[in-house]
Design a protein around this ligand. Structure first.
Ligand SMILES: [Mg+2]
Length: 323
């Protein structure tokens, strides 16, 4: 590396993100000292992005910086936790300064947007790989889990799943669109996903279960069902398909993208009937883009309800080790 590890961290990452009063000691010592609020529980998540596995080789550095934080923020959102502190482990083939500047700017922007302070980091030389650990908190005993769904609960999803998978296909040249506006919108959904942190926190005390959609809506719903010991039925006609996705691939394939595409980072959650009014009030007050897509049912697995009948969803989500 042209820059020493210390100089690299000092130049690009020491001031990354927000400053927070609960950081007693940040970057620079052997460890960070953090003071979570009294009566809170700590929620810890970590995710690694490897070039060529989680993003195409040669992806824009701003997208990599954004996604490294967005995927972790999405996991905290699924727990209903408030993001607070981040640790970054960066493995770089070389310390190319333009690349680092763009990566750090985008990472810093999304960290600041969510009030996250970078409190530690490590850099090594090797094939491009980024690991971010995020720590957040929620009032003790309130964090959302995958395991609380019960028969009769309404099933909801945020945003328009499927867009990111189409965007990745466009990035990889596997999907070619004549409409540049639609192509740009779909690519952005892959390159710069929006973690639903505000929605997740509003669901505390209301949702009975929650998971973020990272491996495909159908497969992630299967995980929620296994954790909760129940089944789910999706009303296929109520799936929220974006106009861009519908126009890009047509309705039948848009449904496939929506159910099996990955990298959406939307929230999939369940609301018990007795809390529907409370939830509806949150939606009216501007909770964000959420759509009811089905119901939790007895049994196991995910059913797809169409006017001609119910079929079983069978495609398990994208498996990193199956390719
Ligand atoms: Mg997750």
């Amino acid at each position: 590396m042209a820059l020493s590890e210390f100089a690299l961290i000092a130049r690009y990452f020491a001031a990354l993100g927000s400053s927070r009063a609960d950081v007693v000691l940040g970057v620079g010592d052997d460890g960070a000292i953090l003071a979570p609020p009294r009566d809170s529980e700590l929620v810890a998540v970590v995710d690694t992005l490897v070039e060529g596995v989680h993003f195409p080789v040669g992806s824009p550095p701003a997208s990599i910086g954004h996604r490294a934080f967005a995927v972790n923020l999405s996991d905290l959102a699924a727990m209903g936790a408030e993001p607070a502190w981040a640790l970054l482990a960066l493995t770089l083939p070389d310390a190319e300064e333009q690349w680092l500047a763009e990566f750090a700017r985008a990472a810093g922007d999304i960290a600041r947007q969510h009030g996250v302070a970078l409190v530690g980091g490590d850099t090594t030389s090797g094939p491009l790989s980024i690991t971010v650990q995020l720590l957040g908190f929620a009032p003790r005993g309130t964090s959302l889990r995958r395991s609380g769904a019960a028969v009769g609960d309404g099933l909801f999803v945020s945003g328009t799943p499927g867009d990111a998978a189409a965007g990745l296909a466009i990035e990889q040249g596997k999907l070619v669109l004549a409409d540049e506006l639609h192509a740009g919108m779909l690519r952005d959904r892959f390159l710069f996903p929006t973690p639903r942190c505000a929605i997740g926190r509003e669901l505390l005390g209301i949702a009975s279960s929650c998971i973020d959609v990272s491996d495909g809506l159908g497969g992630d719903l299967e995980k929620l069902c296994v954790a909760s010991g129940c089944g789910a039925e999706i009303e296929v006609n109520s799936l929220p398909l974006s106009d861009a996705l519908r126009a890009a691939v047509g309705e039948p394939q848009a449904i496939d993208y929506c159910l099996t595409g990955g990298d959406d980072y939307e929230l999939l959650f369940t609301i018990p009937q007795e809390r529907w009014a409370q939830f509806a009030a949150k939606v009216s007050a501007g909770l964000g883009p959420v759509t009811r897509i089905g119901t939790i049912v007895q049994g196991s697995g995910v059913g797809l309800a169409r006017p001609r009948g119910v079929t079983q969803f069978s495609h398990s989500g994208f498996d990193h080790f199956a390719h």
